[in-house]
Design a protein around this ligand. Structure first.
Ligand SMILES: Nc1ncnc2c1ncn2[C@@H]1O[C@H](COP(=O)(O)OP(=O)(O)O)[C@@H](O)[C@H]1O
Ligand SMILES: Cc1ncc(COP(=O)(O)O)c(N)n1
Length: 288
């Protein structure tokens, strides 16, 4: 393998999800996040959306055989070091993806799989399909994922605990339902920050909310960064802290002049930030 600028072999990551033509979220956000962290991005598209910073107007499924062919094309040729799964609103796609990933030649425990179960976008549009999709995600993705990264509302819906606001209790319920680890993003809307339950211990991830209205793509960016950091060999609590740091900075430095709704995050500005890049370098020095 050809080494990258740091002397490490190329790390290829795979994102499985849907397109956002306005460029802030979905597959487009994932490719930017992978690239910003110096990894090689591969993509399997399962759906198209028509959306912008103000909302989603239409969605369209990629035909199932075409999803299968994309998965086969990537997985039979490129040794991926991490997989991030984003928006998959069709139960058939959820089943197909879980089936293909379970059959990876490399034992699945060796390849971190981060599932970001997108049910509602930052602009407030429903994107996750109906109850059937939620059931399929529970059954197929919870046991497959190294970690799932729902936001508070998504976690409540997946856990079936609509009135519960305590992230610790929701995360425990999701582990009872089969998840290995749960990282609830924006878990405390009043203060900001995330909440990690690794299946045994709770790890609050402290944070501060930025009022820039640049949250379009924050979740996609966060889960993609997390996948890369896990692939690089960081432990889950450390990766969760760093992924939040990058996502929060990407919100703070977001593209305020792009779009008229929830503006897009800027992951490149986030990793250029001196404090963030120093922290990333400290943790990534000497790892694979
Ligand atoms: N306004 C904000 N200020 C700082 N960090 C934020 C803000 N909004 C989201 N984040 C962070 O971005 C990441 C993604 O969170 P979230 O927005 O909940 O994802 P989603 O897009 O799935 O709802 C988390 O680490 C969260 O703490
Ligand atoms: C195709 C697609 N996938 C995911 C999201 C969620 O975006 P966010 O990161 O803002 O939650 C989105 N808006 N569009």
């Amino acid at each position: 393998m050809r080494p990258d600028a740091t002397g490490r072999p190329t790390l290829a990551c795979l994102t499985i999800g849907s397109s956002d033509p306005s460029g802030g979220a979905g597959i487009q956000a994932d490719v930017k996040a992978f690239s910003a962290l110096g990894t090689y991005a591969t993509t399997v598209l399962v759906g198209l959306t028509a959306q912008n910073t103000t909302g989603v107007s239409r969605v369209h499924d990629v035909p199932l055989p075409m999803v299968a062919a994309q998965l086969d094309a990537v997985l039979t040729d490129v040794a991926v070091g991490a997989v991030k799964i984003g928006t998959t609103w069709s139960p058939d796609v959820v089943e197909l993806v879980a089936d293909r990933l379970s059959g990876l030649a490399v034992p699945i425990v060796a390849v971190p799989i981060v599932v970001d179960p997108v049910l509602v976008t930052a602009s407030g549009s429903a994107l996750g399909g109906g109850q059937e999709a939620v059931t399929a995600v529970r059954r197929c993705f919870l046991p497959l994922a190294t970690v799932i990264t729902p936001n508070l509302g998504e976690a409540q819906r997946l856990a079936g605990t609509p009135g519960e606001d305590d992230p610790a209790r929701i995360a425990e319920r999701l582990v009872d339902l089969g998840a290995r680890a749960v990282l609830i993003t924006d878990a405390r809307p009043d203060t900001g920050g995330d909440w990690l339950f690794d299946g045994e211990r709770h790890h609050p991830v402290p944070g501060r909310r930025h009022d820039t209205h640049c949250e379009h793509g924050a979740g996609c960016t966060h889960s993609s960064v997390l996948a890369v950091l896990l692939a690089r060999g960081l432990d889950l609590p450390t990766a969760a802290q760093l992924a939040h740091r990058v996502a929060a900075r990407a919100v703070e430095t977001g593209h305020r002049d792009v779009g008229s709704g929830r503006h897009p995050v800027d992951v490149f500005a986030a990793v250029r930030d001196a404090a963030v890049s120093k922290q990333l370098a400290e943790h990534l020095e000497g790892v694979r």
